[in-house]
Ligand binder design. Structure first.
Ligand code: 13P
Ligand code: SF4
Length: 304
């Protein structure tokens, strides 16, 4: 089968089986083309709540599929490829954070959505990269424990100086490996290009950017800008999608190291198998875990 033929078969099966396909913006072009919706983590959670279909197939990583299940508990939710996990989401567990909460009861625990559902059960509010600044600013408490991404947390602290933000040492292994040396090299190669980066990058990289935002915010900025050349400081997929969307503009990856193997684990064939019923993994969470974890997701949607 060609890619096109497989895409046509997926489109037919989606209708037949009442399936909605959600794809994170880091997914490959062939998947994005057959998805009902593509976006950043925040937009995907909003869509998860409103999708009318009985089954949702998530093309992304495990915590994203779990978020869909939390928001649509009566739907069948499938993670297209069960091996796709986010290493940052596994960095901190419930026991660690519960212990810290006992010691510092006057802190509000803000969890980046890239966390396990189990950990979310002991957190106060979730944020995504596109909603973190707005939500932290809106919280009534001055003392914030921000987990697990210390780079995103440090970025939020700069934007919201009136809060006292404590950080733990976690983060995205893909974005955090980009250095100022990479920035200088890319700028030397493309002196006219604007630098757009994800806030999961280290402070030195973020400070040198012309724009800092979530995956979707980067795409929106590049589309609306009068500029025609951009260095993209996030997963390689974003520069690729942008090139298709705006073929008359030029998009250069900040580093060729910016590949998330987990986001790339899902193939078009995985999507086909998940819809057909011969692949993927159905997400199941206990009633108790869902009730507790949903509190901080609902609060995110309310404030974000
Ligand atoms: P966004 O919230 O920008 O979609 O980012 C998710 C993610 O995993 C970035 O690495
Ligand atoms: Fe997780 Fe980083 Fe991959 Fe995003 S890019 S899914 S934060 S490892």
């Amino acid at each position: 089968m060609t890619v096109y033929e497989l895409q046509q078969e997926i489109l037919r099966l989606k209708k037949e089986k009442d399936v909605c396909v959600l794809a994170h913006s880091y997914q490959t072009r062939d998947i994005v083309e057959i998805a009902d919706f593509t976006g950043d983590s925040f937009q995907l959670s909003v869509k998860a709540k409103s999708a009318p279909n009985s089954t949702v197939v998530m093309c992304g990583v495990r915590f994203m599929a779990e978020t869909v299940k939390l928001l649509s508990p009566y739907k069948r939710v499938l993670l297209a490829n069960p091996v796709a996990g986010c290493p940052m989401a596994e960095q901190m567990d419930k026991e660690l954070i519960s212990g810290i909460k006992e010691k510092y009861p006057d802190y509000t625990v803000v969890a980046y959505i890239n966390t396990t559902t189990d950990l979310k059960t002991v957190c106060d509010v979730c944020v995504t990269s596109s909603s973190a600044v707005k939500i932290v600013r809106a919280l009534p408490n001055e003392n914030i424990l921000f987990i697990p991404d210390c780079n995103l947390g440090a970025y939020v602290q700069k934007q919201v100086p009136e809060k006292n933000i404590k950080l733990l040492h976690g983060g995205c292994p893909i974005h955090a490996r980009i250095t100022l040396k990479d920035v200088n090299a890319a700028k030397a190669l493309h002196p006219k290009a604007k630098l757009l980066v994800h806030p999961e990058c280290i402070a030195e990289v973020v400070e040198n950017a012309d724009f800092v935002g979530s995956t979707s915010a980067i795409m929106e900025y590049a589309g609306a800008s009068e500029d025609t050349e951009f260095i993209i400081g996030t997963e390689l997929a974003i520069a690729q999608h942008l090139s298709y969307m705006y073929p008359d503009k030029k998009f250069y990856p900040l580093s060729k190291e910016l590949i998330c193997p987990n986001m790339k684990a899902t193939s078009l064939v995985d999507v086909y198998r998940a819809i057909k019923g011969t692949g993927g993994e159905e997400i199941t969470l206990s009633e108790d875990t869902m009730t507790k974890a949903r509190v901080c997701i609902d609060r995110m949607l309310e404030l974000g």
